[in-house]
Design a protein around this ligand. Structure first.
Ligand code: C5P
Length: 238
């Protein structure tokens, strides 16, 4: 099963990183037809976002539930079994081998082939010093590479990494796994707290399948125009 994207719009993932479901709904309305998948992360999950995710999925939207799961095997397997009933397209798990295997087992047990499990390698907000401070030895790239290989071995559908690592990761994961990259910033946009960033054009050329782009869209004066410009930039890179 491959989870690679269909077209330029499908490649754009908009995180609904806003405080309320009402604001999220407004963003969905504003960007209708220009975003392939809406990502619901922790902020909204703790404010009615889970019900909202199910509702959106029922309406036919492609939903990415960014739960970033990490726990003991039994808890992960049970959690993923429940998540698999929600009709969402992507969920994230931290890319530790056992953790990913427990999530894959859950989908095998329930026979769900539609849900794409994404292994989070190293958060794109982390630079070399942050990775060192967390107790890891060696360059960030090595850690990301190791986790990408572990993702392939565990049998998940894709990985999340920085676009700066996409080209090297494509070689590691081959054609089957999808590569999802946050840390994408159009030319001249504020990097915010992201550390390992690239433009949409360069990210696609480097081998990213899906781009998660939030603040440059939802903080823009005209989110629809911002999304349209990014889709055009993605298109130009294909
Ligand atoms: O606003 P911005 O474009 O920086 O949003 C990036 C989104 O991607 C956020 O929702 C963030 O939680 C998520 N993310 C990330 N880095 C990862 C995994 C997820 O930035 N490695």
């Amino acid at each position: 099963m491959s989870y690679r994207p269909a077209n330029a719009v499908d490649r754009l993932i908009l995180p609904l990183d806003v405080p309320t479901v009402d604001e999220a709904r407004q963003l969905v309305r504003q960007t209708q037809g220009l975003v392939g998948t809406y990502k619901i992360g922790m902020q909204l999950q703790f404010a009615g976002g889970l019900q909202f995710a199910e509702e959106m999925a029922r309406e036919g939207h492609s939903i990415f539930l960014d739960v970033k799961l990490l726990d003991i095997d039994n808890t992960i397997t049970s959690a993923v079994k429940n998540l698999s009933k929600m009709g969402v397209r992507f969920i994230t798990v931290h890319a530790y081998p056992k953790n990913m295997r427990a999530a894959v087992k859950a989908l095998e047990d329930v026979g769900n082939k539609d849900l794409c499990l994404l292994g989070v390698t190293v958060l794109t907000s982390m630079d070399e010093q942050d990775v060192k401070d967390a107790g890891y030895v060696g360059p960030t790239q090595n850690l990301v590479e190791q986790r990408a290989l572990d993702a392939v071995a565990a049998g998940v559908g894709g990985i999340v990494c920085s676009p700066v690592e996409s080209a090297a990761m494509r070689i590691k994961v081959g054609d089957k796994l999808c590569i999802v990259t946050p840390g994408v910033r159009p030319e001249g946009a504020n990097a915010d707290d992201q550390r390992r960033v690239m433009t949409p054009y360069d990210a696609i050329r480097a081998g990213s399948d899906y781009l998660v782009i939030g603040r440059p869209i939802y903080r823009a004066e005209d989110p629809r125009a911002a999304a349209r410009a990014i889709v055009a930039e993605i298109e130009s890179a294909l």
